[in-house]
Design a protein around this ligand. Sequence first.
Ligand SMILES: NC(=O)c1ccc[n+]([C@@H]2O[C@H](COP(=O)([O-])OP(=O)(O)OC[C@H]3O[C@@H](n4cnc5c(N)ncnc54)[C@H](OP(=O)(O)O)[C@@H]3O)[C@@H](O)[C@H]2O)c1
Length: 365
Amino acid sequence: MILVTGASGTIGSSVLRLLRDRGGPVRAMTRTPATIAAAISRSASAAISGSASGSAAAPGSGSASTPSEVEVVRGDYDDPASLRRAVTDVEAVFLLTAPASPTPRHDLALVEAARAAGVARIVKLSAIGTGERLGTGEGFGAREGFGTGERFGTGEGFGTGEGLGTGEGFGTGEGFGAGEGAGADQVVGGWHLRAEQAVRASGLAWTLLSPSSFASNTLGWAGAIAAGAPVPNLTGAARQGVIDPRDVAEVAVAALTSDGHAGRTYTLTGPAVISVPEQAEVLAELLGRPIDTVDLPDDAARQRLTAAGLGPAAVRATLVGSAWARAGRNEIVTDDVPRILGRPAGTFRAWAEDHRADFGVSAGG
Ligand SMILES: NC(=O)c1ccc[n+]([C@@H]2O[C@H](COP(=O)([O-])OP(=O)(O)OC[C@H]3O[C@@H](n4cnc5c(N)ncnc54)[C@H](OP(=O)(O)O)[C@@H]3O)[C@@H](O)[C@H]2O)c1
């Protein structure tokens, strides 16, 4: 049995669908079980052509719309008893956390439950740039290769849905682990760093996935695009190795189901670096309408993020990560995706072509 956490979200739903299509026993964890069938369907309709089958799930017996091949468990990182139930009889866990405010507590809780239950393997979704420090080019040293300037950058989101898009949302990890002390607010992804440390120390066979900025972050621009308003840009002209989230999911499935990935940290990027204005150009062409971008100074970004409901720690984390990406620190392309999947990583354009409809505007309309 493989447990997929974050199963209703962008990456988790793809991981879930791919595992279901492989036919092995798979369990989805969510606080809202009713959302899982729809999440799998969404993922299926967005499947990469040529990848594992994207057929819609058949209705199952457990619920009117839950696929029979997927077991759904109600689980909340803030409810330890629910985690114990979720990991029962599980061999491998896909660990995805997305706390509203940056904290490693969710990861730590799941790692502890998995360890106690005798889970053998864990694959954690982290983020590129984790542990790097804004301004120095160096990290806090939990990962191999810090300070080389080669493999780390930024690119994750706290998912405000407010259209800040690429480059938003990076945990500073204040108040815990490596993010403590002077300059803590300048650490990228401190909460992921502390979580990574727990995963490495868990005694389980671990794999860490550190993706760059997701192509799907641009879906947060849909409202602005539909309104003909400029897309806010926190990363200026800096480019990032924007990745198709479906590639992240495929790598996760490889790490969960095949050998040779234990003790590895994969830095996952698309095949090329691309800036926010360049992403807007691609979308403008595909959607048949002009899409402008507007650089957002920190104060304006802070106001927007706060208005969107982010707490102060999440806002600070977002601004640190954005500043870091803006400084060009995420202009990184790796070959981890093609090496693991045996095919090129997907381009931003290919992702955008497959998701045209998700922007809610018809071409030229
Ligand atoms: N966006 C980027 O560019 C980017 C880049 C690199 C890394 N990342 C990392 O990717 C992760 C986000 O992945 P995503 O975009 O796939 O997430 P997402 O679509 O925002 O989904 C978040 C998931 O987390 C689950 N969740 C939230 N709070 C929970 C809780 N208390 N207990 C149990 N489950 C909970 C939600 O499940 P329910 O609501 O159903 O319970 C949902 O399935 C983050 O760790 C982020 O740092 C993002």
